[in-house]
Design a protein. Sequence first.
Lengths: 139, 173
Amino acid sequence: MATQNNVIQYGKAIQYQLSQIVDPVPVYAAFNRNFANQPKFITWMLRNVHQPVYTGQTQSNKGIDRPVFQISIFTQQIEDGFTISNQILQALHGYSGQLGSPSEGFFIAKADVMWLYNSYNNEENMAQIFLDCTIDVPA
Amino acid sequence: MALINKVLPGYTATLWCQDDANPTPLTDAQLSTWASIEAIIGTSAGGLGTAGIQVPVEAIPAFGADDAVAAFSVAGARTGAKITTQNQVTSLSITSAWNPADTAMLLIRDDGYNGTIVRTYVVAVYDGTDTVAYAFNGMVGGMSWDMSPSAEGKFNFTIHPIGGNSYGWSNNA
C-alpha cells in the first residue's frame, strides 16, 4: 500500500536541489527565449511520473515512483557547460538522502544521472548539454 | 519515532557488519535488540556506526528463512499434509564490485580464508528518518572473483548463517 506522491513536491525539490548544486548559475523550470542572452543557465523538465498499480479495487495498492527529470544546461562557452555537468554528476549521481529543502523536500533512495549528449544551438548561440536523472522515491 | 510505513525501493537497503578482525558476535537476544544493533549500522542508515562497517554490495539478496516442511502421506488415501517446520536461515549470496583496497572486502576475504570467524551482519532498511534492521550471525564461504573483461570485476561470496536462532528483527521506533 502506498500513497500517491505529490508532484508539486517533486518540482519544488528538483528546483531547490539543482539551485544548490550549481549556485550561482540560475535554474528555471522551463526554457524561455529571453534567457538566451544570459551567459549560462539551467532548465529542468519532469516526466514519467508513475507509481505502478497492482491488482484489485484498492486505490492505494501501488508501488514506488521512479520519475525522470531532464536537466538542460545552456552556456555561451562550451567549457562552462561541461563544468556545470560535472558539478551535477558529482553531486547527484548515486546520491541517496534528502532531495530538496529540509522543510519541503523528501527522501530519495537513489538518484541515477545519465549524461545524454551535448549540442549547439545556432539560433540562440548557446551550447547545450542534456542529462537525465532518475530518482527512486519511496511512497 | 514511528515505524516505517511506506513502500521502499531496494536501494534503501544496506548491508553492515562488525568491523573487528576477530569480532564477538551478538547473542541471540541482542540480535533483536536495537540498542545492540545500532552500533553496527552507520549513520547514513540511521545507526551510530561505532562498531560497524558497510559492505558495498551491488544489491541485497533475498533474505529470511528457507522453505521447510514435514510431509506425510497415507498409502491408499487421497490426503496427506505438509506441516511447516522452523526453517533454517537463508544463506545470502552476495555480489560486490571488486575493489582490492576496500576495507570491508578485505575483512570478508580474511573471514573466508579463516573459515571459522563468526561475525554479526545487519541488513538495514532506512527511509531517511527511521530504520528497520535484520541481523544475523554468519560465516563467509564460497568466495570467487569474476574478472570478465566485458564488465566490472566482481567479488562473489556467500554468508552462511550460524545456528537456527541466530537472527532477529529490530527497529528504532
